[in-house]
Design a protein around this ligand. Structure first.
Ligand code: GTR
Length: 413
């Protein structure tokens, strides 16, 4: 067995023994990402790309996220410019709001809010990520469109529209723009409202119609990830943006989503998971904080039905979350945590990077291998992996963005 993968919690705890998130987990053994189902060990990147990666993708699709539809599953996708101004943030950026419609009649659509720095020489790199509370809630920019009444009526029963800027602290637009990046976001409820309605609403309804579902049918995280790819299709048409340099980012359930989008769509040049926790970056076998059983109970619509069988049986999972990180190799990946966010298991999030390092090594890149979890606000970048634990709560803050931008500067500039 690969000793690198023998993760007993004691190793991690020496450095952070006093931190609130650092509770011991039972000893556990991670599956070796380089070990094929037939027992062979992957020796080189060609074997990884042609044999092991597809095998793991199949596992993650059939056992966890479900099978996403093809890129052209909604053949009538079209784009409509709703609003544009060159004067956003006092002239710092051009704002564009574009309706990405998934059907001819525009019953199913998302509204992508985009800011592009006005100062640039040629196409710029970009951050793309979904938001929780609506585009208008990501900023105090009064020109950002509110969701329509018709749109809101499709959201969860009793849904109350959020005030403008309610989540503005999570979207440091001026900071990002002034560092030369475009940024694009949409509300995840636009695509698939985040409640369990039996998969009739949102793009499940549009794409699947009455088709019967089975254990491998796609869940909501898969739907949000698929729509990130459709946004990237659109960004490929935007001349000011370099679509080969798009970082996909998400927080929490949307961090699980950004990891899956990065795994399924290798056009994403860089992947960021902010506090993604259980079923995102956190190692499931640690069973620390949120568990597979707990997440499937609270959110039965996020994953495919087959995933439910692993609740309380994490050691039976033929994979663990470090292999989701490995799917991103050799592209740069950043996993961030917050010190008070024990529900998301910061230690487990860190160890998924350590567990994926051997795959980055195949491509000639170093990875994070130190078994001492870094201290709070000691960001670490090794090769194409980055990590930090911000002090504070489950959230996205300027500190996170400062580190994401610095990481992206290494690879996308
Ligand atoms: C929690 C859930 C987490 C995380 C979080 C969020 O309730 O248990 O897995 O996704 O929500 O998305 O904010």
């Amino acid at each position: 067995m690969n000793t690198l993968l023998k993760l007993a919690a004691t190793a991690a705890l020496s450095v952070i023994a006093l931190s609130s998130y650092a509770q011991p987990s039972n000893p556990y053994e991670l599956p070796d990402p380089l070990k094929m189902e037939d027992g062979r060990i992957v020796k080189n990147k060609r074997q990884w790309i042609n044999e092991r990666r597809p095998e793991l993708m199949e596992m993650l699709r059939s056992q966890m996220f479900g099978r996403e539809p093809a890129a052209d599953a909604a053949p009538d996708i079209h784009y409509t410019l709703l609003e544009e101004s060159k004067d956003a943030f006092g002239g710092l950026a051009t704002r564009r709001q574009v309706k990405i419609s998934f059907d001819k009649d525009e019953n199913y659509y998302l509204v992508l809010l985009m800011y592009i720095p006005n100062k640039h020489n040629g196409p710029v790199p970009a951050f793309l990520g979904p938001n929780f509370k609506g585009n208008h809630a990501t900023t105090d920019d009064p020109e950002v469109l509110m969701p329509t009444k018709e749109k809101l009526a499709t959201f969860a029963p009793g849904y109350k529209v959020e005030p403008r800027d309610a989540n503005g602290h999570r979207w440091e637009y001026e900071y990002i723009l002034s560092h030369g990046y475009a940024v694009a976001t949409f509300c995840y409820n636009d695509v698939d409202p985040d409640f369990h309605d039996g998969f009739h609403n949102g793009i499940h309804g549009l794409i699947d119609g009455d088709k019967p579902r089975n254990g491998e049918s796609w869940g909501s995280i898969s739907a949000w990830a698929w729509s990130l790819s459709r946004c990237l299709d659109y960004l490929e048409t935007v001349k000011e943006i370099d679509a080969k340099k798009v970082a996909v980012i998400g927080h929490s359930r949307l961090g699980k989503t950004s990891l899956w989008a990065g795994a399924t769509d290798q056009r994403f040049a860089l992947v960021i998971s902010n506090d993604s926790g259980c079923s995102g970056a956190a190692i499931a076998r640690r069973k620390f904080g949120e568990t597979v059983a707990a997440i499937n109970k609270s959110f039965p619509h996020w994953f495919c039905d087959n995933y439910k069988a692993y609740g309380g049986r994490e050691e039976m999972m033929p994979w663990d979350q470090h292999e989701l990180i490995a799917m991103i190799a050799p592209r740069p990946v950043y996993v961030a945590s917050a010190s008070e966010d024990s529900w998301a298991d910061p230690v487990g999030e860190y160890f998924s990077l350590v567990g994926a390092a051997s795959v980055y090594n195949l491509f000639g890149y170093d990875g994070i291998t130190d078994r001492n979890v870094p201290g709070i606000e000691h960001p670490v970048v090794v090769g194409r992996m980055g990590h930090h634990i911000r002090k504070g709560e489950h959230n996205v803050r300027l500190y996170d963005w400062e580190n994401y931008v610095a990481f992206a500067d290494r690879f996308l500039k």
